[in-house]
Design a protein around this ligand. Structure first.
Ligand SMILES: [Fe+2]
Length: 313
């Protein structure tokens, strides 16, 4: 090979590396980044923390991002910031659900900003993902989140419609008695009373469907490693269902990633500021999943949201 040919070959390789890297999605794995509570603008540092997370994310391989609520902090004008700091900073599919902060900001503004319905499901490579939104909040400190009657009925029907696919559910509030004993602390300010009003109903519902494997939530701005009096931390298993508490992006708590494979699911925690995996908080679940190797699913064909609104990327 002449020097000129060598130079040209190296040049082509250099040009191709970013393309190969961008497409470097392991056909045997489905990778989902779960960001919770970007909550623009909760504290003055929030935009910087969100920026740290999105910068780090741009260098990490993943198939899509799920934002687990509280995109905006109680005012619709913060969706402009969400678009600028989150939506425009990723080239991956970005999905979300509404939290109590979004109810405060206005759910119509949430839907307009994200282009998403409040609740919906889709399948990716044989795995079903269900997104549930908070549509109302109550409690002395406004932290009890409600799904509401219509969404609960929809969820029951959705679960009944597919009892085989490995199912991952995303929500803003938790549905188990949390790290912070929230169900016992309605009378206290945050982190008291930070749970879903329909918690018990959902926990009973999920027991009917063993294909529901994971329930991941935000809302708590959980510090990874915190344990309650019962020794429960960011992971809690109840009758085969793994509950995952995802850290708040708004105050730089890190994020959780799901790595779904045919025979296991791994949850890893990411420290965005230092761009490192926090291996102490890794969780490994072993068992068969319904993951397939298909990669060319048409997103338009897999929505079952109430208004079938399609998120364009
Ligand atoms: Fe919240």
């Amino acid at each position: 090979m002449s020097p000129k040919q060598l130079f040209l070959t190296l040049l082509i390789l250099c040009l191709l590396v970013p393309v190969i890297r961008a497409q470097n999605q392991d056909p045997d794995r489905l990778m989902v980044c779960m960001l919770a509570d970007p909550q623009l603008i909760m504290v003055p540092e929030t935009p910087r923390y969100v920026e740290l997370a999105m910068n780090d994310l741009s260098e990490l391989d993943h198939n899509f991002v799920a934002v687990l609520g509280d995109l905006a902090q109680n005012s619709s004008h913060f969706y402009k910031d969400y678009k600028e700091f989150v939506m425009e900073k990723t080239d991956k599919p970005l999905y979300s659900l509404a939290g109590n902060g979004d109810v405060g900001a206005g759910l119509d503004a949430y839907k307009e900003a994200t282009g998403l319905p409040l609740y919906y499901s889709f399948n990716r490579r044989g795995i079903r993902f269900i997104f549930l939104s908070t549509v109302q909040f109550t409690g002395e400190f406004n932290h009890i989140c409600h799904l509401g009657y219509e969404q609960t009925v929809w969820l029951r029907e959705e679960l009944k419609s597919d009892t085989l696919s490995t199912t991952i559910i995303f929500s803003h509030p938790p549905i188990f008695e949390t790290t912070y004993h929230s169900e016992e602390r309605d009378h206290l300010a945050a982190p008291g009373s930070m749970y879903m009003s329909e918690s018990l109903e959902l926990r009973e519902m999920f027991q009917l469907y063993p294909n529901v494997k994971i329930f991941a939530h935000g809302h708590l701005h959980y510090t990874y490693g915190t344990k309650d009096d019962f020794g429960r931390g960011g992971y809690f298993v109840e009758k085969g269902l793994l509950h995952i508490s995802v850290g708040g992006t708004a105050n730089n708590k890190g994020s959780s990633f799901l790595f779904l494979e045919k025979d296991k699911i791994t949850v890893r925690v990411r420290d965005h500021e230092h761009k490192r995996w926090m291996d102490d908080y890794e969780y490994n679940w072993s068992g068969p999943t319904t993951l397939t190797n298909e990669t060319a699913l048409d997103p338009d064909s897999v929505w079952s949201g109430i208004n079938r609104q399609i998120h364009k990327h």
